[in-house]
Design a binder for this molecule. Structure first.
Ligand code: PMP
Length: 456
């Protein structure tokens, strides 16, 4: 049986139209990858403008990553961290994360994915309030278009209706508020600062209406990723935080995509003036070579967690793979490479080029509503009409056609489910000529999508 047949017959794909896949099988099978290029079974090369799912930051098949993983596998492939047990690399990695964190943090808890780390965040926030004797303070606020995972709790935090429908989500203690997406949410004539003020005032009303004694935390990506690469106004987070502090509501920064240099600065919190109490990282911590996520906890929370020992005994949360030595080895080597090769500064430099290329290729097009981004994270949002501003009726279909058109050109981008947007998030090692070819491929994809629409 061909591998594509095996895939079709036996593999239950994530985030996939199951009935369609049953008919078609995989559109391509990736068999190898190097740097920013992936190769399919037919031997065709594609430029991966998304670094997988915003994660292969040091590029594919880095020999030093291979060496580090081999070495660790032969020395200590696994041991657990339950009941105080220690291993070398997770301890070293924890010190490193605390030292590099964008705001003072105190402790690191490890998981395997962004989703489970955000579930951990919710449990920590609930535990914190239980220890403090405020069992009613449990609601968590998220934003529409925010992406925080797909587990039973984090799937509800994610503000996409299509990830709730069919799954009885979100759980009852989750609330969603308006995102800082200027293109659609800003009133005509509003400045950035006025827009930020309006959202903060709205949040405060929302919290008062819910009852501040019932609201525990707010979770937010500094720069939203899957929701459309949404960069907030500069004063947005400072104003939001003022509201949260007034009502004793904790702030969780979801740095799963932004963290470790994606925006051309070490963390998203640096980029948007965010001062979180808790932080979630994953993806770029190992450049996805091995699954790993982490929750960083500030001292204010940690001191309460310690009090929890008297009340609840041993902390009753943790995974078989928490603090996995192989994942920690991948993270240490990945961070070594990023530091030694000055990749964060490279992201800032290449990000400017990407922005110039995108503006040159897309700014004048009648179906382009907005070009936005920061560092090597960018998006182009498509609209049916610019004046008056009007979205396409079938949301997402046009971006899907652009994605397909670019794929035919050998460029893998991503059509974001929450908007008519295609995104760019290439490996940090992408070359200038690769960036040029990525943008050119997506521009051809746009021409093809327009042509197909004209014919339809
Ligand atoms: N948070 C953010 C900001 C993400 O982008 C993602 C994944 N795209 C997650 C959380 C969930 O991570 P995972 O898929 O590893 O569970």
């Amino acid at each position: 049986m061909e591998i594509e047949e095996k895939d079709k017959n036996y593999l239950f794909h994530p985030m996939t139209n199951l009935a369609a896949h049953e008919q078609t099988g995989p559109p391509m099978t990736v068999v190898s990858a190097h740097g920013s290029t992936v190769t399919d079974r037919a031997g065709r090369d594609y430029l991966d403008a998304m670094a997988g799912l915003w994660c292969v930051n040091v590029g594919y098949s880095h020999p030093e990553m291979a060496d580090a993983l081999r070495e660790q596998t032969l020395k200590l492939p696994y041991f657990h961290a339950f009941s105080s047990m220690g291993t070398d690399l997770p301890a070293q990695l924890s010190e490193r994360l605390i030292e590099m964190a964008p705001v003072p943090m105190s402790k690191v808890f490890y998981g395997n994915s962004g989703s489970d780390a955000n579930d951990t965040q919710a449990k920590l926030v609930w535990y914190y309030n239980n220890v403090l004797g405020r069992p009613e303070k449990k609601k968590i606020i998220s934003r529409r278009r925010g992406y925080h995972g797909v587990t039973v709790l984090s799937g509800g935090l994610t503000g996409f209706k299509n990830l709730h429908d069919g799954f009885d989500l979100p759980l009852p203690m989750i609330r969603h508020v308006r995102p800082p997406h200027g293109l659609w949410e800003r009133e005509p004539g509003q400045t950035d600062d006025e827009f930020a003020t309006a959202l903060a005032v709205e949040l405060e009303r929302f919290i008062i209406n819910e009852g501040p004694e019932t609201v525990a935390a707010m979770i937010a990506e500094p720069v939203m990723a899957a929701g459309g690469v949404i960069v907030p106004p500069e004063t947005y987070f400072p104003k939001i935080q003022e509201v949260l502090r007034r009502h004793d509501v904790l702030l969780i920064a979801d740095e799963v995509v932004n963290g470790f240099g994606r925006l051309g600065v070490p963390f998203g919190s640096n980029a948007v003036n965010m001062q979180p109490d808790l932080m979630t990282v994953a993806k770029g911590i190992t450049s996805a070579y091995v699954p790993l996520s982490a929750v960083l906890v500030s001292d204010r929370i940690w001191q309460v967690m310690l009090e929890g020992s008297a009340k609840y005994g041993s902390f009753g949360h943790g995974y078989t793979y928490s603090a996995h030595p192989l994942a920690a080895a991948a993270a240490m080597k990945n961070l070594d490479i990023i530091e030694r090769d000055g990749l964060v500064a490279e992201v800032a430099r290449k990000g400017e080029l990407l922005s110039e290329l995108l503006h040159a290729a897309f700014a004048d097009h009648p179906n382009v509503g907005e070009i936005r981004g920061r560092g090597l994270m960018a998006a182009v949002e498509f609209v049916e009409s610019r004046e008056p501003l009007r979205p396409f009726a079938a949301q997402g279909a046009f971006a899907g056609a652009v994605y397909q058109g670019a794929l035919a050109e050998g460029v893998i981008t991503r059509a974001l489910p929450a908007a008519d947007t295609v995104s760019f998030s290439p490996p940090f090692v992408v070359t200038e000529s690769e960036l040029e070819r990525m943008v050119a491929g997506v521009r051809t994809g746009l021409d093809r999508a327009v042509e197909a629409q004209r014919k339809a």
